[in-house]
Design a protein around this ligand. Structure first.
Ligand code: NAP
Length: 272
């Protein structure tokens, strides 16, 4: 482990983070390299000891470590505290801290649509759903609800954020100005070709944000577009959470257009 930046997760096959951050380091003329560090849960403690011993400059954290890393840190940002999960490790004043840039990744694409979002339904109740709820609350959305295959998890999340839980079976029964997919349905692999929303259920939906980004055009995105509904892709979230991480670690704001092109070209080349 010689690089000063990298990502931990298990497994790590699909991550585009090395592509984005190495491009960022190169184009900014900064030293260092960003690596992929597949880390089994039982090796997390040893990994965190290395982060301190080697003073690793920046770490992205993904499934299944987003909550498990928290006891190893010296503190959390306000956003990470609100979400209850961490996707970014960084150093400040000699302390190893955790942040959650997934929230910024959701806020940024939604901000231009803010005025049109009176009600929002979050599909799923895992880590990304928690980031989505924090983002929607930051944006001041008046009515926020969550729905999940496993109702008990939706109810816990609803309680934590002071929002409403809706039955999974009844999710499309009423109008929503925004739906946010935080389930893996549609993602490359076993979930590709599936959708968390009925294909004929877009009559009363104003905007669809699919957090899945590989492929970029999921069934949910296609169905929504075919129904004339505006869409936001998970690629926009991935891009924004990555740009926010890079800025935390280096102080450099990367050029958004170039970064988007880089990711789009890679996804197209790899069948996304
Ligand atoms: P997670 O904590 O494992 O949560 C997954 C959620 O999806 C759970 O609520 C789960 O429901 C639900 N789910 C799983 N399989 C399902 C199925 N077959 N039918 C219905 N619901 C199902 O995962 P996460 O960290 O929240 O991430 C979820 C997804 O968000 C990822 O797969 C990824 O595509 C996306 N994401 C995107 C970005 C980005 O930058 N664009 C960043 C983070 C995450 P149960 O509770 O019933 O199991």
């Amino acid at each position: 482990m010689t690089a000063p930046y990298g990502i931990i997760g298990w497994p790590l096959g699909h991550s585009k983070s090395p592509l984005l951050h190495n491009w960022g380091l190169r184009t900014s003329g900064l030293p260092g390299k960003y690596e992929a560090w597949p880390t089994e849960p039982k090796k997390l403690k040893a990994f965190m000891a290395e982060v301190r011993a080697r003073h690793i400059k920046g770490v992205s954290v993904t499934i299944p470590h987003k909550q498990a890393v928290m006891p190893y840190l010296d503190g959390l940002t306000e956003r990470a505290t609100r979400v209850g999960a961490v996707n970014t490790l960084f150093w400040a004043g000699g302390k190893l801290l955790g942040d959650n840039t997934d929230v910024a990744g959701i806020v940024a694409p939604l901000a231009p649509h803010r005025e049109a979002i009176g009600s929002a339904l979050v599909l799923g109740a895992g880590g990304a759903a928690r980031a989505a709820c924090a983002a929607l609350q930051e944006l001041g959305v008046a009515e926020i609800a969550v729905t999940n295959r496993t109702a008990a998890k939706a109810e816990t999340l609803a309680k934590d954020f002071g929002i409403t839980a809706v039955a999974w079976e009844g999710r499309a029964a009423r109008p929503w100005s925004l739906i946010v997919n935080t389930t893996p349905l549609g993602m490359k692999g076993e979930h590709q070709g599936k959708s968390p929303w009925p294909g004929d259920g877009f009559g009363h939906v104003g905007l669809v944000f699919d957090l899945v980004y590989n492929p970029v055009r999921t069934v949910l995105i296609s169905d929504a577009k075919n129904a004339g509904v505006e869409v936001l892709s998970g690629l926009q979230m991935f891009l924004q959470q990555g740009l926010a991480q890079f800025e935390i670690w280096t102080g450099v704001k990367l050029e958004e257009k170039g970064a988007r092109q880089l990711l789009m070209m890679d996804l197209l080349a790899t069948g996304g």
